[in-house]
Design a protein around this ligand. Structure first.
Ligand code: PXP
Length: 237
């Protein structure tokens, strides 16, 4: 079974654009869950252009599915996560002003930083996933630093999907076999959409979770949030 976690950053972006509380992020998170989402993902960035730090505590308190906080683990982020422990924290090697995440961790260069950060979070009972490219030696590094799961950065898959989906998926399939063999759980996210999701899901052995924001929220403009979530869930069956 692959869980669908809805990333609600784009909803917060819309709210922030007018300085009011519309759309109401808490209501949207609750509704996503009641429409079938199996998780809520947020990515508080340092400039707070999407989800704000102040959103995290109320969201965590209402979330009844899997709450996933993702981001670059600076001290401010770690304090936020430790004060509001989610089920899962996904560590992403983002620069502070990055438009969106566009690469995974170099688990060899950052081995000691990742090891100590992951142990801190795990000591608080938080499952830790790290954002990764499908590269064997880096995935072996993810095991060494103690990650529970990896989240594949699927941007390159999505980009190549239209030209050659077999080729686009091949590195992820190989990396998934390696990760499964090492006992690492597998999540995936970035640029997944109604067109490319089911092929990825059907080809990646034991894909535990996808987190999807941009395309899902964009689709909701046309189909409505409830229908859209159901459509994504169908792709995952
Ligand atoms: N995973 C990570 C680590 C991300 O940073 C993002 C984007 O915030 C996503 C998944 C979701 O990507 P998308 O918005 O393209 O669905």
């Amino acid at each position: 079974m692959t869980r669908l976690s809805v990333n609600i950053n784009k909803v917060a972006l819309l709210r922030n654009s007018r300085g009011s509380n519309l759309p109401n992020l808490i209501k949207v998170a609750r509704d996503c869950e009641s429409f079938g989402a199996e998780g809520i993902t947020v990515h508080p960035r340092p400039d707070e252009r999407h989800v704000r730090y102040a959103d995290i505590a109320p969201l965590r308190s209402i979330c009844t599915t899997e709450f996933n906080i993702e981001g670059y683990p600076n001290e401010k982020f770690l304090n936020l996560v430790l004060a509001n422990p989610p089920v899962q924290c996904t560590l992403v090697p983002d620069d502070p002003d990055q438009l969106t995440s566009d690469h995974g961790w170099d688990t060899i260069t950052h081995e000691s930083f990742l090891s100590s950060t992951i142990s801190r979070l795990q000591a608080a009972g938080i499952r830790v996933s790290i954002f990764m490219d499908p590269v064997d030696r880096l995935i072996e590094g993810a095991k060494r630093v103690g990650a529970d799961r990896i989240e594949f950065y699927t941007g390159p898959y999505a980009e190549q999907y239209k030209e050659n989906r077999e080729q686009a998926c091949a590195p992820y399939i190989a990396a998934a076999h390696l990760a499964n063999g090492l006992g690492l759980g597998i999540n995936a996210g970035h640029d997944l959409n109604l067109e490319n999701l089911s092929y990825f899901k059907n080809n990646i052995p034991r894909l535990l979770e996808v987190s999807i924001g941009h395309a899902l929220i964009s689709d909701a403009l046309y189909f409505g949030l409830k229908n859209t979530i159901q459509m994504y869930l169908r792709q995952l069956q």
